[in-house]
Design a protein around this ligand. Structure first.
Ligand SMILES: [Zn+2]
Length: 375
């Protein structure tokens, strides 16, 4: 090859490189503005109660080393402590997510002085968004309750049920029928809902309910606590799909939906590894179902986290992928920090380490509600 030809090729190559650099720069700029400017219309918050990294790890190994959580591009960690106790309960923790405040264990949507604080679900309602709650516990249990009710004590289930009549929540699905229609005050709250299609497990299958957006929907999956997945409870996946579909149709201004996999926690309290694994698997499937919508939709931010870890659940040295040997340090919650997984517009806000209250503020920022409240 002659010297001149080599130089020419080199020149051409350099020109190409320079152009490439410009293009790369442009692309980076575009992606950056895109990320900054695109905000979600909808937010779905999924809470695996008692789901620490031990539960996620064991659940993943149990599923052939796979979990849908691996698809989430942004991971953060939250600090779950309550105001009065390093070890939070589900009520204080869910109130932190729902209201952006630290409060005491047992508090449902109230601050440390038992004063009601508006929840993100109530704020969403006020702003004309559609809202929903789905849980594998009773719908008046601590986690869902903290998004819709205000009570000084989580055990006041009948009072919490009354608070469902105070909002215009568009869809709720969970157990606890008896707190609505077999009460100490003899009221039948199910007949007091106006503008709702209310039904329950004894009347019809969840899949048979009408998704007429002229109405709101309430569906009670059990009289008291729903049974474990291992005993045949199988509604979380269809309930998540139905709630998302319905809210997407109804929420012309967007929607807020909280979905709870409640019984991962109950497996921890029972120090029952199989219970944890089957409940994790059920929750993982529900996340996969929701993520499919989120990918298709492009306007939805999905956040998956837990309120706290339960059981001090650990994978022991004798374990293999197929045969886990696990141990517990407690029958109660522990104080370990909790992972947060985010997908969709504004997901990057959820990277880093922060207090559990920040989840509330980050969601508000993602909705572009309150720039002044942002940190
Ligand atoms: Zn909990």
């Amino acid at each position: 090859m002659k010297k001149a030809t080599v130089s020419l090729i080199l020149l051409a190559f350099m020109a190409c490189k320079a152009q490439e650099r410009v293009i790369v720069k442009e692309v980076i700029k575009e992606v950056a503005t895109e990320k900054k400017d695109i905000y979600p219309k909808n937010i779905i918050l999924m809470i695996g109660d008692g789901m620490g990294l031990g539960q996620i790890s064991a659940g993943m190994y149990n599923q052939g080393n796979k979990t849908v959580l691996e698809e989430f591009p942004v991971i953060g960690i939250h600090k779950p402590a309550a105001i009065d106790n390093l070890i939070t309960d589900s009520a204080a923790a869910a109130t932190s997510f729902a209201c952006g405040i630290k409060t005491y264990n047992g508090a449902i949507g109230v601050n440390a002085d038992t004063i009601p604080v508006k929840t993100i679900l109530e704020e969403a309602e006020e702003r004309g968004l559609a809202t929903g709650l789905v849980a594998t516990s009773t719908i008046v249990h601590a986690t869902p309750a903290s998004f819709i009710a205000h009570n000084k004590a989580r055990k006041n289930y009948e009072e919490i049920a009354e608070d469902f009549l105070e909002t215009e929540i568009d869809i709720f699905i969970g157990g606890g029928k008896k707190y609505f229609d077999r009460r100490n005050d003899d009221r039948d709250l199910l007949s007091e809902f106006k503008g709702y299609k209310i039904s329950h497990y004894a009347e019809k299958e969840l899949q048979e309910i009408s998704l007429d957006t002229n109405f709101n929907i309430g569906y009670l999956t059990a009289d008291a606590d729903p049974i474990p997945a291992a005993q045949g409870r199988d509604y979380l996946v269809p309930a998540s799909r139905i709630a998302v579909e319905f809210l997407d149709k109804k929420g012309t201004n967007g929607f807020f939906l909280m979905i709870e996999g409640a019984q991962i926690d109950w497996g921890g309290h029972a120090n029952n590894s199989d219970y944890i694994l089957t409940e994790f698997s059920d929750f993982d499937k529900a996340i996969a179902q929701v993520l499919e919508f989120v990918k298709r939709d492009g306007e939805t931010l999905l956040i998956v986290t837990a309120d706290h870890e339960t059981g001090g659940y650990a994978i022991q040295p004798e374990s293999t992928m197929d045969s886990l040997v696990t141990a517990f340090t407690s029958t109660y919650h522990t104080g370990t920090m909790i992972p947060v997984f985010a997908y969709g517009p504004q997901a990057e806000r959820f990277a880093g380490i922060y207090e559990n209250t920040e989840i509330y503020f980050k969601m508000r920022q993602a909705y572009q509600w309150a720039k002044l409240l942002s940190k």
